[in-house]
Design a protein around this ligand. Sequence first.
Ligand code: BTN
Length: 224
Amino acid sequence: MSLGSPRVHFRVVDSTNERARELAERGAPHGTLVTAAEQVAGRGRQGRTWNAPRGRAILCSLVLHKVPRLLPLAAGVAVAEVAGADARVKWPNDVLVDGRKVAGILVEGRPQEGWAVLGIGINVAVRPEELPPELRDRAGTLGLEPDAIEPLLARLLGSLEHWIAADVGSVLASVRGRDELLGKQLRWTGGEGRGAGIDGDGRLIVVTDGGHVALDAGEVHLVG
Ligand code: BTN
């Protein structure tokens, strides 16, 4: 298996994505893994922060040199696979169980320099009462114990290995099979409509009053 070696583990770190970025800039090989028990400046998508109580979540970042076209979707499918048969993907790659977000993915990179950092946070053993109050309605947990973190990380690396190498058609088929937004009413900065699937380029199709649009970046919110 090429993902996960070498591995650097921190008890406390600012952000595993930040450490992985530094390693990538210094020429770290494909598959280099940075993990932490705790992050004090965890980064989320759209400039948000990412919080998880110490020792209760997978907090990891991988340096990748072979970057597939649909990496964000492939990573979402890989994470959903380890989160369970009922896990759904909320485009582009939030992973939800019972409508609650249990995992987030942040891809950062320098395509021109041939690398990307794939950062993943999974609430493996987070207790609901440990979640920040403002997230309690939307965030979830796999409800496991802390000793499940390492075995789950090993499964995650295997799943990522598979999905990062998978062809585009397989990634799309899998993400479509777990599409949380299909048929749901959505809102985004540019408008409102109903989720109508994911196109061949990995874009979210939304049916609006005026026709349909394909979103290729950003974030959508479920209405209601
Ligand atoms: C999101 O907003 O949904 C993405 C969250 C990504 C969080 C993970 S935790 C490990 C890695 N290091 C970070 O600083 N962020 C990612």
